[in-house]
Design a protein around this ligand. Structure first.
Ligand code: GZL
Length: 348
């Protein structure tokens, strides 16, 4: 009897040990599987801890208005390079100067749940609705370069860009100094930027507010030429056809329109910088080179290198810092005296 009881007990014990070792083996193996499948691990013999997933880099959705000018190309490069140099992932959308495409791009950013949205708005109006959608999605918005005209300023965190009104005032002050008061009218023609854009509106107003004190300074023609070389040439040709030698001053809202206008003036048989005083805004290297050739009299700088400020603002916003509503970029003016030494240092 004893022996058979012993045998039964031994058998049960063996079964128990086998079950235990199977269980031990199974769970031990699982841990090994967990080890292998883990993203990353710090392990010791008793415990396997899986490292936290790689921290997600912030994603910035940027709606760029276009690639219409040298200034815009430099602006886009500055923003792309600053994103590359930081840990911000940039989704860049070029709207080719279409507000509709900008709105589509912004809607797409919301779907992609980006962390921050930046917009260089082609014109000032028409943004309330889409910015309310973005606000409802809880995504902060930074306005860069031009401004939006919205009923609720809380729809964006901050505006980083130039003081376009001051740029216009600088152009006007130069003209007051350059041309002494005359008892005959001094005819001015103006090539304006994209209709309804902040630089076009503000550069026009700043210039007019300064020269309004001189009754001899009179606008002969003023027309939008969309910040492009081709349109600038086309409109200047039309001005020359209609007003010819009555034109004594060209005030152009950007360098690209000026380059087109210079061609039109020379083809007409006049000497830009002498027969016609030429004032331009932006400050590209090419404009300084033309000024050095005597074809442009004043270049008002508009700084396109907004990338570092934008990326810094993105980081501050994500840290929960409070940003000023307005961040203005520093700018100069260049005359024929200063042009040559400036050319070498121009990065665009
Ligand atoms: C100004 C910018 C303007 C430039 C043009 O900040 O929006 O648009 O003056 C550019 O060259 O096309």
């Amino acid at each position: 009897m004893h022996f058979s009881k012993l045998k039964t007990t031994l058998f049960a014990l063996t079964k128990l040990i086998m079950t235990m070792s199977f269980l031990l083996l199974f769970f031990g193996c699982e841990q090994v599987q967990v080890k292998e499948s883990a993203n990353h691990v710090e392990e010791d013999s008793h415990v396997v801890s899986i490292a936290t997933p790689i921290s997600k880099e912030p994603v910035l959705g940027f709606s760029q208005l276009g690639s219409e000018s040298e200034w815009r190309i430099a602006n886009s490069s500055s923003i792309k390079n600053s994103a590359i140099e930081s840990d911000v992932k940039l989704i860049f959308q070029n709207a080719e100067q279409s507000q509709e495409k900008q709105i589509e791009a912004i809607r797409e950013f919301v779907k992609q749940k980006v962390d921050v949205i930046a917009i260089a708005p082609v014109v000032e109006t028409g943004w309330d609705y889409i910015l309310k959608e973005v606000k409802q999605a809880g995504i902060p918005v930074i306005i860069i370069d031009r401004l939006v005209d919205v009923t609720d300023p809380s729809l964006y965190v901050t505006h980083i860009g130039s003081d376009f009104y001051e740029e216009g005032r600088k152009a006007g002050k130069y003209l007051l100094d350059k041309l002494p008061k005359s008892n005959k009218p001094i005819g001015i023609v103006e090539l304006k930027g994209t209709e309804g854009s902040t630089p076009s509106i503000a550069r026009g107003k700043g210039f007019r507010d300064v020269i309004s004190s001189r009754s001899d300074l009179q606008f002969l023609k003023s027309e939008n030429a969309d910040f492009t070389v081709a349109k600038g040439k086309e409109v200047m040709k039309k001005f020359l056809k209609e007003k010819g030698r009555d034109i004594r001053v060209l005030y152009s809202h950007n360098d690209d329109m000026t380059f087109g206008a210079l061609e039109a003036i020379e083809e007409y048989g006049l000497v830009p910088g002498k027969d016609i005083v030429v004032i331009t805004v932006d400050g590209t290297r090419k404009a300084l080179e033309k000024m050095n050739e005597g074809k442009i009299n004043l270049v008002v700088e508009c700084n396109p290198l907004l990338g570092p400020n934008l990326i810094q603002a993105v980081k501050e916003v994500l840290k929960g810092s409070t940003l000023p509503k307005r961040i203005v970029t520093p700018e100069n003016v260049f005359t024929q005296v200063t042009a040559e030494k400036e050319i070498a240092s121009r990065s665009y």
